[in-house]
Write a protein that binds this ligand. Sequence first.
Ligand SMILES: *Cc1c(COP(=O)(O)O)cnc(C)c1O
Length: 488
Amino acid sequence: MVNIQDVSIKRNFTLRDALSVLNKTALGLLLLTDEYGLFERTVTDGDLRRLLLDGAQLDDKLEALPRIQSLVITEGAARRDALDLMNKHAINHLPVISITGQAIDILDRRVIDEQILLSTPHMGDAERNFVDEAFKTNWIAPLGPNVDAFEQELADLVGVKHAAAVTSGTAAIHLALRLLGVGRGDRVFCSTLTFVASASPIVYQGAEPVFIDSDAVSWNMSATALEKAFVVACQEGWLPKVVIVVNLYGQSADMDSLLAICNQYGVPMLEDAAESLGAYYKGKSSGTFGKLSVYSFNGNKIITTSGGGMLVSDDLHLIKKARFLATQARDSAPHYQHTEIGYNYRMSNILAGVGRGQLKVLKDRVEARRAVFHAYREAFSDVPEIEWMPEPEWSYSTHWLTACTVSPKVGMTSAELIKALAGELIEARPLWKPMHLQPIFSSCRYFSDGVESVSDRLFEQGLCLPSGSNMTEPQIERVVAAIRKALN
Ligand SMILES: *Cc1c(COP(=O)(O)O)cnc(C)c1O
């Protein structure tokens, strides 16, 4: 915030006075105010120089300054509008004028053009060393010591026996479905409230997704809806081949209830833990409950390899088969021989180096994201119309993304709030659009939690706020202020 007194001048100032005030400020900009203290125009050193060239003397008053309309912005205007104005006129400073006509601030482009993003990569200190080592030893291939070590270190960290590093979380899900025997004509149950990558691999395999609603307690797969789907399937004489349970926004689903149902029907669970690395369910790491489980290291996730994924399981046979399929299904023969179709899905040794460094800071990243969530919740403790994603007592969520819903009572939809925040250069996003509402899946079956669909309501009212582990306190305060401004 600029001290307006320090840059204000009046028409009864001499040219010399004006130059001396200008000298004391780093802005290169003065504000001319009238006798009532109202803003009249901006004055630059160029304006003063022109007066001198026109023959004015240093001791002359500023009466000769032309009366012009300067570029200003009104108090309360959106950052986006201020920035657009600056861009359009190629200026770096813009006075803010109150509704009563006083100058109250001067916006500085370098300060206001800072964008706050939803979730950005956050490197630690060790990543470069692992990558440098890969270069030094020329291990640039999709195999090598970093890949082996990354698999082992991640497996040890979450407490699972085996892991296979692959090119993406999506690739890991695809491999998992293939390993669990999903093929043409099969059906797979899948959480509806998720990113599309949970479901696309079902279609890659020629199978048909059947979507399952969330519960209101965890926003993850509803045991009630899952049970309903199994009962209907049995009545119709079929069973799904796999149940894909997604752990949303850093929080585990209620694994005991869901596993009990899966076990009762003898159907394996594939755990999509792409968003929940570092979280716990009843003290056990998220991503260790499925027959196979999947993590993602995409650029927006809690830790990243810029792109990558991991398939984990206690079953060595499955993980060995995953590595085989991920490297083009090469038979062990002296020549190139194949008896199955495989994929090119193995993670590069360079990216695995990034992953090893990131694993070292995972705990810090989880704590930072949780702190962001708690800062928001604290800041809006007086606003019951904002409801935060609940965290049941059995859950330790990473709060990968801070998610909330806004009640219709605030007189503004979540979409309108997202738009208002975009005007302040703050990136907020809607919750995932449920899969059963996606055009591509419009013909798929869906089982809701109750008469009402929980995921439909969450999608309608929900949003995710900027949640990066590298967010600063002033950035969080900016988001909070922008939300308050929008709600008022
Ligand atoms: C990110 C994500 C994936 C896909 O991971 P990629 O590494 O981007 O392929 C799958 N499922 C969920 C729930 C995700 O959030």
